[in-house]
Design a protein around this ligand. Structure first.
Ligand code: IPM
Ligand code: MN
Length: 355
């Protein structure tokens, strides 16, 4: 019997709808070729719904999302909604509620893609960042007192417990082992200043590595140095594991070295639950509706989704099609500079996936 995957599709805001449409073309082509079914359920979460109804993620929708096999997300963020409401109310809420404690962000330079890094090519830029995705400064612990007075105090705490750190590290070690490339896991921290939080991370890292993953080499870099080496010697990296805030920052840096937001994809992973896949860029309001945005990041997010669902060959076929497009067709990954429209890029990739 054919396998069927129940997928929630959340196009979200701005260009999210356009890129998700193109990603779905590739996913449908893969399902036809590799013999599995996609049972797609669309949800209109985003800025428009929020402005019309005041809802971000209604509880009933959340309950439905708990029951799907995966979530395919476009982008969240609307120019007419105050920053933070949709990001926290939708994106972060889903990550937290569905306990997607890993944010997996590959940094891979595809053939034919320009990188701002001098003398670096696809052989040099190919690593993965494992960002802890539900803890740290993102938990919202802290507060403001005496707001609006000269004595105002604002506190935002970086909170980690051993359980959160251990499960993230275990995922990272296992991922490094499975990837089997350079078998090197680097912890990115700040043990010279954040002497509580990253002390915990560093001890947990070495304890787990020495005990359970002897075959994996362990490196440590402070976050500021990590940024420097990501630019100067990206070829040193295989897998980087880090906390939520540092992971957010270094993956934007990583994204620009692989050609920018047009190509960078990520997965919010709950290894035992529902995972959610998205381009790591935003909703790009100024390009909305113009058919100029690059859908490759969304297409790559779709490939990651299939890989996580266990459809490795289909995922590889999509990635191969993207590499074929970057190597042979697409001039520049920037919106409006591809030499093709959004839908033309989606069509050419889907056609290539179909074989
Ligand atoms: C990301 C984004 C989000 C984050 C924002 C929109 C909340 O920057 O996915 O990297 O900080 O995680
Ligand atoms: Mn970010």
């Amino acid at each position: 019997m054919q396998k069927t995957y129940k997928i929630a599709v959340l196009p979200g805001d701005g260009t999210g709808t356009e890129v998700v449409n193109e990603g779905l073309k590739a996913l449908k082509a893969a399902s036809a070729r590799f013999g599995f079914k996609l049972d797609l359920h669309h949800y209109d979460l985003g800025g428009e719904r929020y402005m019309a109804t005041g809802e971000t993620v209604p509880d009933s929708v959340l309950e439905e999302l708990r029951k799907v096999d995966a979530i395919y997300l476009g982008a969240i963020g609307h120019p007419d909604v105050k920053p933070g409401i949709l990001e926290k109310g939708i994106l972060l809420r889903l990550r937290f509620e569905l306990d997607q404690y890993i944010n997996l962000r590959p940094v891979k330079l595809y053939p034919g893609v320009d990188t701002p890094l001098k003398n670096k090519g696809p052989a040099d830029i190919d690593y993965v960042v494992v960002r802890e995705n539900t803890g740290g400064i993102y938990t919202g612990a802290g507060g403001i007192s005496m707001k609006g007075t000269p004595q105002e105090v604002a506190i935002q705490d970086m909170v980690y417990n051993r359980f959160q750190v251990d499960r993230c590290l275990r995922y990272a070690f296992e991922y490094t082992k499975r990837r089997n490339k350079r078998n090197t896991l680097a912890l990115c921290g700040k043990t010279n200043v954040l002497t509580y939080v990253y002390d915990l991370w560093e001890r947990a890292f070495h304890e787990m590595g020495a005990r359970d993953f002897e075959e994996i080499r362990r490196d440590y870099y402070h976050v500021d140095a990590t940024c420097m080496w990501m630019v100067k010697n990206p070829e040193w990296f295989d897998v980087i594991v880090t906390g939520n805030m540092f992971g957010d920052i270094i993956t934007d840096l990583g994204a620009i070295t692989q050609g920018g937001m047009g190509i960078a994809a990520g997965g919010n992973i709950n290894p035992d639950g529902v995972s959610m896949f998205e381009p790591i860029g935003g909703s790009a309001p100024k390009y909305t509706g113009k058919n100029v945005i690059n859908p490759l990041a969304s297409i790559c997010a779709g490939a990651m989704m299939l890989d996580t669902l266990g459809e490795g060959s289909a995922a590889q076929a999509i990635e191969n099609a993207v590499m074929w497009a970057t190597a042979n067709k697409i001039k520049d990954l920037g919106a409006g500079r591809m030499g093709f429209t959004t839908s033309e890029v989606g069509d050419m990739v889907a056609q290539q996936v179909a074989g």
